[in-house]
Design a binder for this molecule. Sequence first.
Ligand code: PLP
Length: 375
Amino acid sequence: MASKRIYLSSPTMHGKEQEFVQEAFDTNWVAPLGPNVNEFEKEMAQYVGIAHASALSSGTAAIHLALRLLEVGEGDVIFTPSLTFSATCNPIIYENAVPVFIDSERDTWNMSPEALEKAFEKYPSPKAVIAVHLYGTPAKLDEITEICGRHGTVLIEDAAESLSSTYKGKQTGTFGKMGIYSFNGNKIITTSGGGMLVSEEEALIRKSRFLATQARDPARHYQHSQIGYNYRMSNVVAGIGRGQLLSLEGHKNRKKEIYAQYKEAFSDIPEISMNPLNADGDANCWLSCMLIAEGCGVTPDMVMDALESENIESRPIWKPMHLQPVFEGYDFITVQAEGSVAEDIFTRGLCLPSDIKNTSEDMERIIRIVRGLFR
Ligand SMILES: *Cc1c(COP(=O)(O)O)cnc(C)c1O
């Protein structure tokens, strides 16, 4: 089979990126920081509608700094969804804190407000709650912010997958005390690798820049009174980001078209349902996912194998954190009498190719292969 590979979600450059990168080269400003970094921060803050942003080397670094800025330390409890990518949770372990994994709800696949409430009964004073907007679908932010507010707990939003998604007209990532975005290779826009921490509080963002540049005290000699990191974004990378940001709305529109096309194409197959989009929001449809009815004879593995044999990339749903060997022994909170929503989605779901470069012929091929399994 000589057909070209169809990807799950790969980088799409447009040309403007190169101009900003060229500017960095022409001015010899390839070192860390520089004008592209400053501008990218301003442009991102303006795009999402928040006061301050700091450009970092990854989304994971942004989550780590958010925890550091809250002075999360040994033994502190952090609530986080179980159904997410491990990068949401790894920084909790970097700081020797304790993740407590929260189950998902069906309506958005994100952190269940009921399970979150139940977690507060068992752990009344967690240091923070991390909410994730999985596959670009906004979480139930009204409920989650209300619960966090009532318990006096800080909310951090991991909006790595949901840049450009809105909830009640406001950008995801701007509801908590801090929000993070990722520009990793497969995200809706990419800088090859990078991340952003955002907040309304200038002091937090100023301190994030300090920690991200080795925590040098304001002295002429190299003096340090805190442990720092090398987490800043380079001026070359920020140039790519500035160019990509100009195409973000276009990427979102194309992702939404892809989702709509799958939904329409599978609408007559009762065994298939698509991942939910929050009716209170406008999701960026970063990845289109499908769920397969139990016991219908088709499994996610069968779909992924059929696609792979035609050189088409797909992948499983994130494996829930409470089922990961590395997080064995940490608590998991669910309101289900048996099993969990997170595990059910993982078992029955998969992510369909959602690359914005997919042509209509590509989409028709993918759809034909999937439909063929359900005859
Ligand atoms: C991609 C991703 C991250 C991490 O971002 P990086 O920039 O790759 O470090 C964090 N959380 C979620 C949910 C992600 O999908």
